[in-house]
Design a protein around this ligand. Structure first.
Ligand SMILES: Cc1cc2nc3c(=O)[nH]c(=O)nc-3n(C[C@H](O)[C@H](O)[C@H](O)COP(=O)(O)O)c2cc1C
Length: 197
């Protein structure tokens, strides 16, 4: 299984990034390959000028095409998801997420914006034709404590449990998802069906 992880925070030290790190480790322990991208890794010029042929964007798209699922995390900015993340999503073709299972996540300073994933991020993921859009995770800043030095960040037990449950659902949804049919295979099947009639 292959999963693409996309982080939407412009900040190097990032709580939404902690959720992605945790998820990556969880999936890798179960044998899933995880390829990670952060908005900060993309050339700002390419994003601001909407360069659809940006090598970094093309690379992301190729990985998404091969992936079973997408993990996407964002900080809540102005009651929505980060603008930096939107500049990347805008460069993906309309069906970029078809056949993919998607787990969206967000962190915010206030519980008042816990629905930002539902009313802001999910409609965009639906527009990209995500096949299965899971319920998603929202965490407030107080539930994620950065570790000192190289120590791992600590999650509040309630958040840790929710995250584990969501990852279980994500993992099983990827395992049972219908694979797109290879057009060459379809041709072969049609040909052999004709001969066997
Ligand atoms: C520019 C900016 C706007 C923000 N707007 C909101 C907001 O509208 N609602 C909210 O709950 N938190 C808001 N926050 C707080 C962040 O969402 C929160 O600290 C988040 O965990 C940051 O994620 P990150 O560490 O991954 O960047 C804002 C923070 C910044 C820097």
């Amino acid at each position: 299984m292959l999963v693409v992880s996309l982080g939407g925070s412009p900040s190097q030290r990032s709580r939404s990034g902690v959720l992605l790190d945790r998820s990556r480790r969880w999936l890798q322990e179960r044998g899933v390959e995880v390829v990670s991208y952060q908005v900060r890794d993309f050339p700002a010029e390419d994003l601001l000028h909407a360069r659809f042929d940006s090598p970094k964007v093309v690379d992301l798209l190729q990985q998404i095409e091969n992936a079973d699922g997408l993990l996407i995390a964002t900080p809540v900015y102005k009651a929505s998801f980060s603008g930096a993340l939107k500049t990347i999503l805008d460069l993906l073709p309309e069906r970029a997420l078809s056949h993919k299972v998607v787990l969206p996540m967000a962190t915010g300073g206030s519980i008042a914006h816990m629905l930002a994933v539902d009313y802001a991020l999910k409609p965009v993921l639906s527009a990209l034709k995500a096949q299965e859009l899971l319920q998603g995770i929202f965490a407030v800043d107080s539930q994620i404590a950065y570790g000192e030095g190289s120590a791992l960040a600590q999650l509040a037990p309630e958040l840790e449990q929710r995250l584990d449950e969501s990852l279980e659902l994500f993992f099983s949804a990827m395992a049972r998802r219908p694979r797109p049919l290879d057009p060459n295979l379809l041709n072969d099947r049609l040909l052999s069906a004709r001969w066997s009639i």
